[in-house]
Ligand binder design. Structure first.
Ligand code: T5A
Length: 263
């Protein structure tokens, strides 16, 4: 695993990613940035990704979000076996995806083995999602439901909590696929901190997590479902199953894919 990333490669990457992520290079009309989610229509989307107005059966994009140690990984794994048990083709993804070369730079940063400018690490997190974007679309369109452990909301909430401008943080996420459902595992930073292994990584500090929780609140929209993550695991599991299964059924009937994001 690469532990230290060269500054020049990060600089170079950051510059090219900024160009990639700019609304202009995505050919977005500016007004589309103002919407909370944008349907994929040929008139407003031409980032090199095929346009699609069809309503064919597809997999659901289900995202679990929450503070560090809120129980996301545990619940993602449980949901995966639940949906697979019902015969729905399902995969579990997580961001950061620490397997890619970008993901390895992120991992080194999170474990305090490297230092990066706040803007740079934000763009790396975003790039880590972009590098999976086409595969994500392909999987969904071919009927696989994706359970995703953290997504763009983590990117924006954590970087904004560091003091970066929230709109700046959202910009590189625009054009990623919008989740069909965001399940937010709600727990107080103090309770999360009592859970095993807390404090090993860079952001696992109660004061910081309180700011993150505030930004998560700002990001909530109608696709979010708030789950009390302080309850017993089985209770949390049941609630997640209900919401997820509804979404899987809805997407099986045909639901157009949407794109992130608002201003
Ligand atoms: N980040 C991430 C950004 O800054 N920008 C981005 O764009 C993205 C994607 C790494 C960090 O990167 C930041 C956010 C993070 O700080 P991560 O690897 O997902 O992200 O880190 P964590 O969220 O900390 O992941 P964890 O695996 O550590 O926590 P989970 O998944 O929320 O919690 P989990 O399931 O591992 O559970 C933690 C403990 O609690 C117990 C479990 O058994 C486990 O011991 N537990 C419960 N105990 C009691 N009751 C329950 N209901 C419980 N549920 C779980």
């Amino acid at each position: 695993m690469k532990r230290i990333c060269s500054f020049s490669s990060v600089q170079l990457f950051s510059r090219s990613f900024r160009a990639l992520a700019s609304p202009r290079s995505l050919n977005y009309p500016l007004q589309s940035l103002k919407r909370s989610s944008v349907r994929m229509e040929s008139s407003n989307f031409s980032s090199g990704v095929r346009t699609d107005t069809s309503v064919k059966p597809r997999g659901a994009l289900i995202v679990l979000e929450g503070l560090d140690r809120s129980g996301k990984s545990t619940q993602c794994a449980k949901l995966l076996s639940f949906l697979e048990g019902l015969g729905h083709p399902t995969e579990l993804w997580r961001f950061p995806d620490r397997e890619t070369s970008v993901g390895q730079m992120i991992s080194a940063y999170l474990s305090n083995k490297s230092q990066l400018d706040d803007h740079t690490i934000h763009l790396l997190f975003s790039a880590n999602r972009w590098e999976k974007r086409s595969l994500m679309e392909e999987k969904l369109k071919t009927g696989t439901t994706l359970i995703v452990d953290r997504y763009s909301y983590s990117g924006v909430a954590f970087s904004s909590a560091k003091g970066l401008n929230i709109d700046w943080c959202k910009a590189p996420e625009i054009g990623l696929l919008a989740p069909d459902s965001v399940l937010y595992l709600d727990i107080s930073p103090e309770r999360a901190a009592e859970r095993g292994g807390y404090g090993d990584e860079r952001y696992e500090r109660v004061e910081f997590q309180k700011k993150v929780a505030d930004f998560y609140q700002t990001l909530r929209d109608s696709s979010w479902k708030i789950i009390n993550a302080g309850e017993a695991m089985e209770e949390v599991e049941k609630k997640i199953q209900e919401v997820a299964l509804d979404k899987v059924k809805e997407c099986t009937k045909g639901k157009p894919l949407s794109l992130l994001w608002s201003s």
